[in-house]
Design a protein around this ligand. Structure first.
Ligand code: NAP
Length: 287
């Protein structure tokens, strides 16, 4: 297949490389061109339109719904009618509806298939794809899903995967916040935070995500983002909006969203989401 890959940030660069490694022809475009250069087996285009010309499938892996809408519009003139659009950026429910309408307008087959996992699983081709859209399009994209993921979860109509992604991100955001705050509590109580991680390890209270983010915090590596905090903040807002819109309890989601907003205000947007612990102290909140 000929694939146009729009957005080669932390996730996109690794995904594009893994797709090219499976023998597909991949042409990438990225707003900051240098980030699309030097990816093994991947060609670079100067514009979204140049990337999508002649492509059987277009992949968007951009920061948010506004960026995706803008970039797909820039590509519009060169799109092959009937091409499949794999939209895998995390954009939330409303933007997914809007992007679906844009796809109809441009003659694209819309596949809503966000991914679960972070930088390392992306590099190792071990993401989870949440796949929703027309069954024939999902079948055609299956080799691409296999190239980037250890697991594909098949869902129904486009839109369903985005709703599932919000459910799963609620969990990821809560675990990361709880891990960071528990480490802060251990420090405040004079308990070695490593003891917390070692004690849960391998038991019913353990979580691979808690271990991964906990290690990052204890080794003071949160400045090197696997999942930029600004995107986690965006996701926390998307979860909160969805909970409110659909009448679900938003008690925890609202606290998490508020904390991520404070962290971004504090200049931590480009750090990893695990930097959330840096603003978890009640004393800082009061000041
Ligand atoms: P990233 O490294 O920050 O990449 C964001 C990409 O979007 C970059 O290519 C950036 O271009 C581009 N972009 C932003 N605004 C744009 C605009 N207005 N016009 C054109 N391009 C624009 O982020 P990432 O971690 O790869 O995340 C990408 C998406 O995947 C996000 O929706 C995120 O929530 C989701 N996601 C991330 C993870 C994770 O752990 N990292 C996991 C699952 C899902 P520049 O390079 O020019 O800035």
């Amino acid at each position: 297949m000929k694939i146009a890959f729009l957005g080669t940030g932390i996730m996109g660069a690794a995904m594009a490389r893994n797709i090219a490694q499976e023998g597909h022809e991949v042409v990438a475009w990225n707003r900051t061109r240098e980030k699309a250069e030097g990816i093994d087996g991947v060609g670079v285009a100067d514009s979204p339109a140049e990337a999508v010309a002649g492509a059987d499938a277009i992949v968007t892996m951009l920061s948010d719904g506004a960026a995706v809408a803008d970039v797909i519009r820039q590509a519009a003139e060169a799109i092959e009618p009937g091409a499949i659009w794999w939209q895998c950026s995390t954009v939330g429910i409303e933007a997914t509806e809007r992007l679906r309408a844009v796809a109809d307008e441009l003659g694209l087959v819309y596949v809503d298939a966000p991914v679960l996992g972070t930088k390392q699983p992306a590099e190792e081709g071990k993401l989870t794809v949440l796949a929703s859209g027309p069954p024939e399009a999902l079948d055609k994209l299956a080799p691409l899903f296999d190239a980037v993921a250890a697991k594909t979860v098949g869902l129904g109509e486009a839109g369903e995967a985005t709703r599932a992604k919000l459910v799963l991100n609620n969990w990821v955001l809560a675990i990361t916040t709880a891990t960071a705050e528990t480490i802060e509590l251990a420090r405040a109580l004079g308990i070695d935070p490593q003891l917390f991680l070692d004690t849960i390890a391998g038991g019913p209270n353990d979580s691979a995500y808690a271990q991964m983010k906990g290690k990052m915090i204890l080794e003071d590596r949160v400045g090197d983002a696997s999942f930029p905090l600004k995107h986690a903040h965006k996701d926390a807002r998307l979860v909160l909006d969805a909970a409110r819109e659909h009448g679900a309890d938003d008690g925890l989601a609202s606290v998490i969203a508020e904390r991520f907003a404070r962290a971004e205000d504090a200049g931590l947007g480009d750090s990893d989401m695990a930097a959330i612990g840096k603003v978890s102290k009640a004393s800082e909140r009061r000041s």
